[in-house]
Design a protein around this ligand. Structure first.
Ligand code: MG
Length: 441
């Protein structure tokens, strides 16, 4: 049955990324007491219901999993010169994305693609140098799945049957299906129906109850001997493999589906899928700037970047008037697009009077961390004639690095004059300019 076997590799780095994703994401979850309309879930085998999500047993042995991608359809609703699974999505065929999504998952040891016999050239372009077994499909979806099941290796224990037209399946969705197979003969992702359901044509004739209804997604996972037996016994045409499995009496767990795991069906779906893919690929690097000025008044020292420096005058302000820390704080708020220092610490609020400015900076750093950003760099420029900044620069860098929770090598403090021009030149006050860089982790 096998047309060809393409050897190569999805790339060690891609595999490593898949592994990383799996390690970062918590393991499985089940929806409890939910069914596929026909109840075949054994409630006692489900993890206890805890707000919809629970963790599967962490000690479960990982399966040797195969992915079976069904790509033999013609996609008539999509239109176009070629079937939708070969049409371009962000510069490469839909099927390439699908193969990568499944093949890069660390639990997936083999990938089978069932294709239409007319599509061999399109298929080769989609597979590239990935290690994929290609199998010609049959006249119906059931026949195609059967052909794919026959091509699985003997070492495979479970199979994930997946639509070629769902290229955005996440590692988390796959993890959850595999975890469901630890306690059930089948597991598949579903999304609870939240909209009201109407029956009717031009007018509403009836409202259908939506409780316990789910929108079915793929991959649909099964123990291989079970699903082979189910397909052998099944006659007629089924909407999906869960229907075949249910007809054979298998219990199917519903795992958490994903709105982004959409099936490309109509032309507008491509635009939505591209938006999702672009958002996933976008590296979030932010640059923020901050500027602050405080005027001189009577006093015998200034505080700049957290360091007390003896001087003939002091900076005036509601807090300790540290222009250096204020500008760095504002730069972080700017990078986060979350307001400014005056918004978070209104000068009109007496509780901030005389406050040490490290409180403000710590708030901004905490906000960056809670938004999932790492501060990778800060550059502070102080603009004044006096006091001289140079001798104090190492201490300022050390203090800023401590407050920003980063290495001193990532912190710059420098100074300039304004050539005796303007308010800083006349020594009426000190200005500060800061730039910070944030990277989303
Ligand atoms: Mg200020």
């Amino acid at each position: 049955m096998r047309l060809d076997r393409y050897y190569g590799d999805l790339g060690k780095s891609a595999k490593a990324i898949g592994l990383l994703i799996a390690q970062m994401q918590p393991s499985a979850c089940f929806l409890g007491e939910t069914t596929w309309g026909v109840t075949n879930i054994v409630p006692s085998q489900l993890s206890p219901y805890q707000g919809g999500m629970t963790n599967a047993a962490p000690s479960a042995r990982p399966f040797h999993a195969a992915a079976l991608i069904v790509a033999a359809g013609r996609g008539a609703r999509m239109g176009g010169d070629i079937p939708k699974q070969y049409q371009s999505l962000l510069g490469k065929p839909v099927l390439s994305h699908t193969i990568q999504a499944l093949g890069c998952h660390p639990a997936v040891a083999e990938v089978i693609v069932v294709h239409h016999p007319d599509d061999t050239a399109l298929l080769a372009a989609s597979v590239g140098d990935c290690m994929v077994t290609c199998v010609p499909g049959g006249d119906t979806r059931d026949a195609s799945v059967k052909a794919g099941l026959a091509a699985l290796s003997e070492t495979a224990e479970v199979v994930l049957i997946h639509d070629a037209a769902r290229p955005l399946v996440s590692a988390q969705v796959i993890d959850d299906v595999l975890a469901g197979l630890q306690t059930h003969r089948g597991a598949a992702p579903g999304l609870e129906v939240t909209d009201a359901l109407w029956r009717g044509r031009a007018i509403v004739s009836n409202i259908e109850p939506r409780s316990n209804l789910h929108r079915a997604q793929t991959p649909q996972g099964f123990h291989i001997s079970d699903i082979r037996a189910a397909h052998t016994a099944f006659s007629g045409s089924a909407a999906d493999d869960v229907e075949v499995a249910l007809a054979h009496g298998l219990d199917i767990a519903i795992t958490q589906g994903d709105e982004d795991n959409l099936k490309l069906t109509r032309p507008g779906d491509f635009a939505r899928a591209e938006r999702i893919l672009k958002a996933r690929k976008m590296i979030d690097i932010r640059t923020g700037n901050g500027f602050d000025v405080h005027r001189f008044g009577p006093g015998d020292h200034v505080i700049l970047a957290g360091i007390r420096i003896p001087h003939s005058r002091a900076l005036q302000g509601h807090s300790d008037a540290d222009v250096g820390l204020h500008s760095v704080t504002d730069a972080i708020y700017g990078a986060l697009a979350k307001g400014d220092i005056g918004q978070h610490f209104p000068p009109s609020d007496p509780q901030w009077k005389g406050m040490q400015s490290d409180v403000f900076l710590t708030h901004a750093v905490d906000l960056a961390e809670s938004d999932g950003f790492a501060i990778t760099h800060a550059d502070l420029t102080l603009i004044c004639e006096h006091p001289k900044i140079g001798p104090h620069s190492p201490a300022m860098r050390t203090e800023l690095a401590r407050l920003l929770r980063i290495d001193m090598s990532r912190v710059s403090v420098k100074a300039t004059t304004s050539e005796r021009l303007g308010f800083t030149g006349r020594e009426e006050g000190i200005a500060a300019l800061a730039t910070v860089t944030l990277v989303k982790l």
